[in-house]
Design a protein around this ligand. Structure first.
Ligand code: 13P
Length: 346
């Protein structure tokens, strides 16, 4: 297969209607934080147990087209010897890999951050592909204040995202380009919109400069929302209107799918907002999810590190995946939450 047809096959598999992506690629410190909240020690073994459980959840493949894995997970096996990427692939879920090496302060720009990991990336991507990965993720992070992010941070992160995406495509790996405008802070929704517009504009400028084929990538942006500490929070209809306004200004129609991150929204908020976005009608791109916390939080709570809770944990994951699948098709209602909870209590 040529790199182009390989990329096309993966893009089509990932952007199936009514499906989204499960982000299960938390770094070692981040998963430790999530496990601590449920009083579970984070070890290679507990991480393997938890992620095996997620990937084995029955019917997950009906709602999820791809899963983003951590490098460690790519080389792990279930108790019966199936590799975890294979476990996902068996359900028709395309395995992907987080390839960035995390963020550090950006020199010369106090308060801004830059994502690292470009050195040796082509070699690493080649090795991940041999282990079963078909797509990749790189996350750039933008802190928001009256003055942040600086032009320097916007330009430097766009450049890194574009270099990453070009390297992936050359290796036949579909890049997910993730610029995350953080929800932390007390900024207004208008400030988030302004920053998101500047960020996306610069990202697509850099992607063009680096000859990235837009048809063969996915965008994973944050939604336009007020800062978490802002006094006035927004309704799903307001989030949808502002998010679509900014995306229509900045994201070329050639991009096949936009898969939002949840970024600290609660699971119900993330689903309601995605549904409202899809209710605004057809857009040039598919609008779906690539959630980490918003899909996994209820599953983590149900699991609590106990093998005996595995089934309940899988049910909680499937419930969120199914509701988000409905939201992709503008078919979610708040009543579905109550109905689900009641039927589980019966
Ligand atoms: P959240 O949905 O929890 O923001 O995670 C998505 C992700 O992959 C962050 O890089």
């Amino acid at each position: 297969m040529t790199a182009q047809s390989e990329l096309q096959t993966t893009v089509e598999a990932l952007s199936q209607k009514g499906k989204g992506i499960l982000a299960a690629d938390e770094s070692v410190p981040t998963i430790a934080k999530r496990f601590k909240a449920i009083s579970v020690e984070s070890t290679e073994e507990t991480r393997r147990a938890y992620r095996s459980l997620l990937l084995a959840a029955p019917t997950l493949g009906e709602f999820v087209s791809g899963v983003i894995l951590h490098e460690e997970t790519l080389g792990q096996y279930t108790d019966d010897g199936t590799s975890l990427p294979q476990l996902a692939a068996r359900q028709g879920i395309v395995p992907g890999i987080k390839v960035d090496a995390g963020k550090i302060p950006l020199a010369g720009a106090p308060g801004d951050e830059i994502t690292q990991g470009l050195d040796g990336l082509a070699k690493r991507v080649d090795a991940y592909k041999r282990q079963g990965a078909r797509f990749a993720k790189w996350r750039a992070v933008y802190n928001v204040s009256d003055t942040l992010p600086s032009r320097l941070a916007i330009e430097a992160n766009a450049e890194a995202l574009a270099r990453y995406a070009a390297i992936c495509q050359e290796q036949g790996i579909v890049p997910i380009v993730e610029p995350e405008v953080l929800i932390d802070g007390d900024h207004t929704m208008a400030r988030c919109a302004e920053v998101t517009e500047a960020v996306l504009h610069e990202v697509f400028h850099a992607l063009h400069r680096h000859r990235v084929v837009l048809e063969h990538m996915l965008l994973k942006p944050s939604m336009v929302v007020p800062g978490k500490a802002h006094a006035q929070q927004a309704t799903p209809a307001e989030v949808a209107a502002q998010t679509i306004r900014i995306l229509r200004r900045t994201v070329p129609a050639a991009v096949p799918s936009v898969n939002f991150l949840s970024g600290g929204q609660t699971p119900v908020e993330a689903t309601a907002n995605l549904d409202a976005i899809n209710r605004l009608g057809p857009q040039p791109w598919q609008l779906s999810f690539s959630y980490g916390r918003a899909l996994q939080e209820p599953a983590l709570q149900a699991w609590k590190g106990q093998a005996a809770n595995a089934r309940n944990s899988q049910d909680a994951l499937i419930e969120r995946a199914r509701l988000n699948s409905a939201a992709c098709q503008a078919q979610y209602t708040a009543a579905m939450e109550v109905a689900n909870r009641e039927s589980r209590l019966e």
